[in-house]
Design a protein around this ligand. Structure first.
Ligand SMILES: [Zn+2]
Ligand SMILES: [Zn+2]
Length: 174
């Protein structure tokens, strides 16, 4: 079974990771290890957008995955973008080893000012599973119950299911 390395980068709340992992494992029964990183991400920062260019971070992380047989998923707290979008929740290499998820816009505080840790955990697990799905070769799915449904806004993250649909599941081998 594919091992998943989760790398929180410059993470301010390591305890949150401990709460995310058990929820993740309910869906994805893969061996998981945590590899926190402290690294300067300023190379990816856009002064005009005041956000970080997701693809540059993904490319920067490629060497970290080289020795691994499994997948390498980085978690960041900074706001991510790619040029065609205002923001992205994450990015992944299709059929690759590396993916990236930002918690910045998964916090309910970002929208309503209300802290909801449970919701943050569920949203984060969904986005982790979604980006890993791309690593496993899955493309976006039309089924709203499926975690591979695209989500451009937070409402769509909340509406879509937390698990892969049967069709998507059948296309991946963990
Ligand atoms: Zn996607
Ligand atoms: Zn699906």
């Amino acid at each position: 079974m594919t091992e998943i390395t989760i790398a929180p980068i410059n993470f301010s709340n390591p305890e949150l990771i401990d709460k995310i992992i058990p929820e993740l494992k309910k869906i994805l029964a893969a061996p998981t290890n945590i590899n926190p990183l402290t690294t300067d991400l300023s190379f990816a920062y856009s002064v005009e957008r005041r956000q970080y260019y997701s693809t540059k971070i993904l490319q920067y992380l490629l060497p970290y995955s080289e020795k691994l047989t499994g997948k390498f998923l980085a978690l960041v707290e900074v706001d991510l973008y790619i040029p065609v979008f205002t923001y992205v929740f994450g990015e992944a290499q299709l059929n690759g080893k590396v993916s990236l998820v930002s918690l910045c816009r998964l916090h309910e505080e970002f929208y309503s000012g209300i802290t909801d840790e449970r919701l943050l955990i569920i949203r984060t697990v969904k986005e982790i599973l979604h980006e890993l799905g791309h690593n496993f070769g899955l493309i976006h799915c039309k089924d709203w119950d499926c975690v591979m449904h695209s989500s451009l806004g937070i409402e769509e993250v909340d509406i879509k299911g937390i698990d892969y649909c049967e069709s998507c599941k059948s296309k991946i081998s963990f």
